[in-house]
Design a protein around this ligand. Structure first.
Ligand code: Q46
Ligand code: ZN
Ligand code: ZN
Length: 312
């Protein structure tokens, strides 16, 4: 019987990557993902083995796979999970929290869990309703709250860097959205590494070169138990629409997404965008009077304003 063979050994190929013209068996695929992650970390100087990394964990495949790879590569990686209290429908937050906790336990790794409602006295949904920012979806409030909480935990725990599981599909969709609007300010800031500045920690995305199906395959082949459901509010989002369009392009031309994003990074390196202007904007950041985090606003940062509004 003929079957597709691994390019490195004679075993049955568990994963086919058309864009790289590479087929690998389970063991070689796992090794490939780990080595490529290490390569990205080193090439983009994301962090060193001596530094403490905080992995933002959602309970999904990308963040758990990333945590698994970092631990396997010997990095000092702890996890961080925010329980947003999104329990509409199938109990998304409860399920994802349990999944993250079980993974941490199985690896004997440290996971910090922040119960948003416990910390701030209301769930994300309630915060959105009270501040009238998103009556049907709390996403804009959720983004602000997650960023704020993540920065706070990084500072409190003395971490050097935050690592998130964003993959190529995520990054290409953001780039596509920014390009459709020609939002050059946002495009200038999109990068696998955002350096620490003005009190904000360094943020890195070690999986930025992997397709979503590649991180999913890694999680499956490593036997990682992850939550497959998306947050119920993600349904019908603009990002998902853009991902579908990019998938259509990819179907017609293998590697389209990778080229789109990697050539963008190349253009950035060649100073396609004016960095001086971005530096000037960032140099003028203020400190929030309530929490001390950097903000473009005068007085309170976006998050502290939300909290203040919710208490009125
Ligand atoms: S922003 Fe919106 Fe996500 Fe928050 S409410 Fe859910 S879908 S989790 S990435
Ligand atoms: Zn092999
Ligand atoms: Zn603040």
């Amino acid at each position: 019987m003929s079957y597709i063979r691994c390019h490195k050994c004679d075993q049955h190929a568990a994963m086919r990557m058309k864009h790289h013209r590479l087929n690998l068996c389970a063991d070689h695929y796992i090794e490939y993902i780990q080595k490529q992650t290490l390569r990205s970390i080193k090439k983009y100087r994301m962090f060193a083995h001596s530094e403490r990394v905080l992995v933002a964990v959602s309970g999904g495949k990308d963040s758990l796979a990333l945590w698994d790879v970092l631990l396997t590569l010997g990095y000092k990686a702890d996890g961080f999970y925010i329980d947003l209290g999104i329990d509409e429908g199938l109990g998304y937050s409860s399920k994802s929290r349990m999944t993250a906790e079980q993974f941490a336990q199985s690896k004997d790794a440290q996971l910090t869990v922040v119960d948003f409602a416990g910390a701030y006295g209301l769930t994300i949904g309630e915060l959105a309703k009270r501040t009238r920012r998103g009556t049907d979806k709390p996403c804009s409030v959720c983004g602000i709250a997650k960023r704020h909480t993540m920065n706070a935990i990084t500072q409190k725990g003395g971490y050097d860097v935050i690592a998130t599981g964003h993959n190529l599909d995520d990054e290409a969709a953001v780039l596509f959205s920014n390009t459709l609007r020609w939002d050059t300010d946002m495009m200038m800031r999109q990068s696998p590494v955002l350096e620490a500045r003005h009190g904000m920690p360094r943020k890195v995305k070690p999986f930025f070169r992997f397709y979503e199906r590649e991180t999913a395959a890694y999680a499956l082949l490593r036997g990682i138990d992850y939550i497959q459901d998306e947050c119920p509010f993600a349904e019908g989002s603009r990002t998902i629409e853009l991902k579908h369009l990019l998938n259509q392009l990819e179907d017609q031309s293998a590697g389209a997404k990778l080229n789109f994003y990697m050539n963008f990074l190349k253009a950035q390196e060649q100073d396609f965008f004016n960095r001086d202007k971005d530096e000037a904007t960032r140099a003028n950041l203020n400190r929030c009077l309530q929490c001390g985090q950097p903000t473009t606003a005068e007085g309170l940062c976006g998050f502290c304003r939300l909290l203040a509004q919710s208490q009125r």
